[in-house]
Design a protein around this ligand. Structure first.
Ligand code: ARG
Length: 262
């Protein structure tokens, strides 16, 4: 080999090495540019039509709104299905970025977490058996003769557990279940006399269970919002801005109408 050929061969080898290195570097970088920061949402997916399981995946109003919020924030939505009562605490300690679970804004919760602007309204209603002696809220007695079923740690639980003087039925007359569905099952089998729960899940549970009805009266009217840790004002601001955009685009109404309609 003469000098010229050696230089040629070397330069070809060098070009190859450089080319391969460039390819490898690009390839190695690719997942990074794709990797989005996670937005960890805690929910309790036993609350149709806001959140429920469809096979292995999550569905519902909150799930869809959260998906659009994550898109707007350029983040990847990760949903954790936990007990309703552990959502606020988990958000407060930073285990979850946000809690979205048809969650009512209450003064008590506001002491531990912040809430976004409200994206929906919830109404607490009363479910009874079709042949129940309870036909209006006035028939709901707090003398120990009646038991009220609720999902543990929900506003139904909180308000029903107040003393009769405060408008509730007293701690001892309230029976707490892990899910609304279990409370409704207890009603269907005669273990409780009424269930106090949000109106949309109530409709869905009553439709799925024979012999139950919803009293016409509204027990309370509440605002649903997303909770975020107090110190995470950056996320709170971003969520509020994204919610306002989705609202203006008519996306929130579209999702709610699709699940609830009228
Ligand atoms: N709105 C009620 C509350 O905030 C009940 C919410 C229950 N949500 C659920 N995903 N189980 O207390």
């Amino acid at each position: 080999m003469n000098k010229k050929t050696i230089v040629k061969v070397l330069s070809v080898v060098l070009a190859l090495v450089l080319g391969l290195t460039a390819l490898w570097a690009c390839g190695g970088d690719e997942p990074k540019t794709d990797e989005k920061e996670q937005l960890i949402m805690a929910t309790n997916a036993a609350f149709p039509p806001y959140e429920y399981k469809e096979g292995d995946s999550f569905a519902g109003i909150d799930v869809e709104i959260a998906g659009l919020l994550a898109d707007k924030l350029g983040m990847e939505l990760v949903i954790k299905d936990v007990e309703f009562g552990s959502i606020v605490g988990g958000v407060e300690t930073g285990k979850f970025d946000m809690g979205m679970a048809g969650m009512t804004v209450t003064p008590d919760r506001l002491e531990s977490v912040n809430f976004t602007t409200s994206y929906a309204t919830g109404i607490q209603v009363v479910i009874v058996k079709e042949d129940s002696s309870i036909v209006s809220l006035d028939d709901m007695l707090a003398d120990g003769s009646m038991k009220y079923g609720v999902q543990q740690d929900t506003t139904g639980d909180i308000y029903a557990s107040l003393t009769p003087d405060e408008g509730g039925y007293g701690q001892d007359n309230v029976i707490r279940y892990k899910t609304g569905a279990e409370a409704v099952q207890a009603l269907a089998t005669g273990k409780v006399d009424a269930v106090i729960i949000d109106n949309e899940p109530a409709k869905s549970f009553v439709a799925a269970t024979e012999g139950l009805k919803i009293l016409e009266a509204e027990w309370t009217v509440e605002d649903y919002a997303i909770c975020v840790a107090k110190e995470n004002t950056e996320l709170l601001d971003k969520l509020n801005a994204a919610l306002a955009e989705l609202e203006a685009e008519g996306k929130i109404a579209e999702i709610i109408d699709r699940y609830i309609g009228d």
